[in-house]
Design a protein around this ligand. Structure first.
Ligand SMILES: [Fe+2]
Length: 495
C-alpha cells in the first residue's frame, strides 16, 4: 500500500526497480517502472570508492510507465552502486536501491577431503561466487553460485567446491556479483581452511549442541575447546532459541551463525545439524536453503582420515511413523545408510565408524522410530560410537551395558518415556549435555581425537573442567580415562 497522500497520488511513484540491465565501457543502463505515466524522473548513482552521488540521467522517453536511463561516461566498465530515482516535479527520492555488499563472514560446511561448501548472506539480493587458491599461490580459481546454469540471485549464497586436494590449505573469499553482467559489486576478506585427510591419519572434532541461542554458553565452551584449531566442528542441533519463525535466515544468523562464523566456521568446516527445534517454525524449511548437503539433503557421510562419520537428521520429537513426513524422511535415511553408505569403501575401509545425530536411538529417546530404524543397522555396520545432544544432560551409555555415566536415568524418565536398553546395542552412545545451565544442569561440549590406536572423547564444562573422559578401541571396547559418576540401572528396560 502506498504511503503517498491523496495529493501525491496524482504524481508517480516507482513500483518496480531500479535495475541495472546493461554495463559496458561507455556507461550503463538502468530501468524502472512507475505506477502511472511520468514526465520527468532523474537517476542518481554512486560509483565504487566515491562518497557522493552523481547527478543525473533523465528518462529517455517521457510520458510512459516503463523508463530507461542511460548514464554515459568513462566508468572503465565499473558498476554503479546506490541507485536513486528522483521525481522531477518535487525532487522527492522515490527509490533507493542500495548495492549489495560481500562483507558478511562466510561459513564452511559439508567437510570433505576433496570438497567443501561455502555459504554466506549478502546485504541485498545479488549473485555470488567464491574465489579460491592454494594457500600462498597467486593462481585464483572461481566458482559461481548457479542454479540450472543461471546466476542464483538472492541473499543466500551457496557454492560447493570440489576437486580439492586432501589435507591441503586453501584460501578463499566470497564475491557479490551483478547477476546481469557478472561484474563484482565487492569482495569479502580472504579466509583459509584445510581439507580433511582422505583415508589415513587421525582427526580432531569438537561438538556443540543445544545452544538455544545462549551466546554466553557458546562462547565459554568455545574458549575451552578452541574449535578454530579443530579439523572440523559439529553444531548438532537445537541451536536456535526456539524454531525458525522468521525468514531470510534471520534466526539462524542471530542465534548462532554470526558467532560461529566469526569464531571458527569461516576457517573450520562445520557440520550443521537440525535438531527438533530447527524442525519447528513457519520457515523451518529454510534450513536446507542455508545448509544444503552436496546431495541436497540434510544428512550425509564423510571420511576424516581413518574415521567415517555418518550424519543423520533425526527429525522432530514424537512417535512419528512411516507414512508421515518425518517418518518418511527417516525411512529415506535408513535406505540410504543401508544401500549406499554401508556397502561403500568410505564406510567399510574405515577403522572407526561414528554416527552424529541430534537425538539418540536409545537411553532416553524422544522419537521411538529411530531405534527401530537404525539400531540394528549400526550393530551390523560395526558402528563404534553414536554422538548426540538433545537431552540437556551429559550421559555416556557404554555398549552392551546396563548403566549410565553422568546422569541417573531415574531423574529424567517416567513411565511415559522409559529408557531404552543398551544391552542389545554394540555401539557406545554419548549424549552431550548442551546448554544452557539451569536448575543444576550444566552445559557440556565434546572433543573427539582419533588416532590409529583409539578414539578419545572428553566432555568439558564451560569453566574448563573435565566431566568425563574415555577411549574407544577399534573393536568397540571402551576404556575409562577420567570417568564421571556411574549409575546402575535399577528398573525395567523398555524393549
Ligand atoms: Fe532437542
Amino acid at each position: 500500500m502506498s504511503n503517498l497522500t491523496a495529493a501525491e497520488k496524482k504524481i508517480p511513484s516507482v513500483d518496480r526497480g531500479p535495475f541495472i540491465c546493461h554495463v559496458d565501457d561507455k556507461g550503463f543502463t538502468v530501468i524502472c517502472r512507475t505506477d502511472m505515466p511520468a514526465e520527468k524522473l532523474l537517476l542518481s548513482w554512486r560509483m565504487p570508492e566515491e562518497t557522493t552521488l552523481r547527478q543525473n540521467a533523465e528518462i529517455s522517453r517521457p510520458g510512459g510507465v516503463d523508463h530507461v536511463f542511460k548514464a554515459t561516461g568513462d566508468f572503465s566498465g565499473k558498476m554503479p552502486v546506490d541507485l536513486q530515482i528522483i521525481r522531477g516535479c518535487d525532487g522527492k527520492v522515490l527509490e533507493n536501491a542500495a548495492s549489495p555488499s560481500a562483507t558478511a563472514v562466510p561459513y564452511l560446511f559439508n567437510p570433505g577431503s576433496e570438497s567443501i561448501s561455502v555459504g554466506w548472506k549478502s546485504s541485498a539480493e545479488c549473485a555470488g561466487a567464491v574465489e579460491y587458491r592454494l594457500a600462498g599461490s597467486s593462481r585464483i580459481m572461481r566458482k559461481n553460485a548457479l542454479f540450472t546454469g543461471n546466476p542464483a540471485t538472492g541473499i543466500a549464497h551457496i557454492v560447493h567446491l570440489d576437486g580439492l586436494l586432501p589435507q591441503t590449505a586453501y584460501e578463499y573469499r566470497v564475491l557479490a556479483l551483478n547477476p546481469v553482467n557478472g561484474k563484482a559489486y565487492g569482495y569479502s576478506s580472504w579466509y583459509s581452511f584445510t581439507t580433511l585427510k582422505r583415508n589415513s591419519g587421525g582427526c580432531r572434532m569438537v561438538f556443540f549442541s543445544d545452544i538455544h541461542a545462549d551466546m554466553d554458553t557458546f562462547k565459554k565452551l568455545s574458549a575451552v575447546l578452541a574449535p578454530e584449531k579443530a579439523d572440523f566442528a559439529v553444531l548438532a542441533g537445537d541451536l536456535c532459541w526456539d524454531g525458525v519463525y522468521e525468514t531470510d535466515g534471520k534466526p539462524l544468523f542471530e542465534d548462532f551463525l554470526n558467532f560461529s562464523n566469526a569464531a571458527f566456521a569461516s576457517g573450520v568446516p562445520t557440520v550443521f545439524m537440525r535438531g527438533n527445534h530447527e524442525w519447528a517454525g513457519k520457515y523451518s524449511f529454510e534450513w536446507a536453503k542455508w545448509f544444503p548437503g552436496c546431495n541436497g539433503k540434510t544428512y550425509g557421510a564423510f571420511r576424516a582420515g581413518e574415521c567415517c562419520f555418518v550424519v543423520l537428521d533425526t527429525g522432530p520429537i514424537g512417535n512419528y511413523q512411516p507414512g508421515t513426513p518425518a517418518g518418511d524422511y527417516i525411512a529415506e535415511q535408513k535406505e540410504w545408510l543401508e544401500k549406499t553408505v554401508m556397502p561403500s569403501a568410505m564406510f567399510t575401509t574405515a577403522r572407526y565408524r561414528i554416527v552424529l545425530a541430534h537425538m539418540p536411538t536409545h537411553g532416553i529417546p524422544n522419537a521411538p522410530l529411530l531405534e527401530k530404524s537404525f539400531a540394528e543397522l549400526f550393530n551390523r555396520g560395526k558402528v563404534q560410537l553414536m554422538i548426540v545432544g538433545h537431552v540437556h544432560r551429559y550421559m555416556r551409555i557404554n555398549r552392551n551395558d546396563n548403566g549410565c555415566y553422568g546422569t541417573d536415568y531415574y531423574t529424567i524418565w517416567d513411565e511415559s518415556n522409559p529408557p531404552r536398553s543398551a544391552l542389545d546395542k554394540n555401539y557406545t552412545l554419548v549424549i552431550n549435555g548442551g546448554g544452557p545451565d539451569e536448575n543444576g544442569i550444566f552445559a557440556t561440549a565434546l572433543e573427539l581425537c582419533a588416532s590409529a590406536d583409539n578414539i578419545t572423547v572428553k566432555a568439558v564444562k564451560k569453566d574448563g573442567s573435565t566431566v568425563d573422559e574415555f577411549r574407544v578401541l577399534p573393536d568397540g571396547k571402551v576404556e575409562n580415562i577420567s570417568p564421571t559418576k556411574r549409575f546402575n540401572f535399577r528398573g525395567k528396560y523398555k524393549k
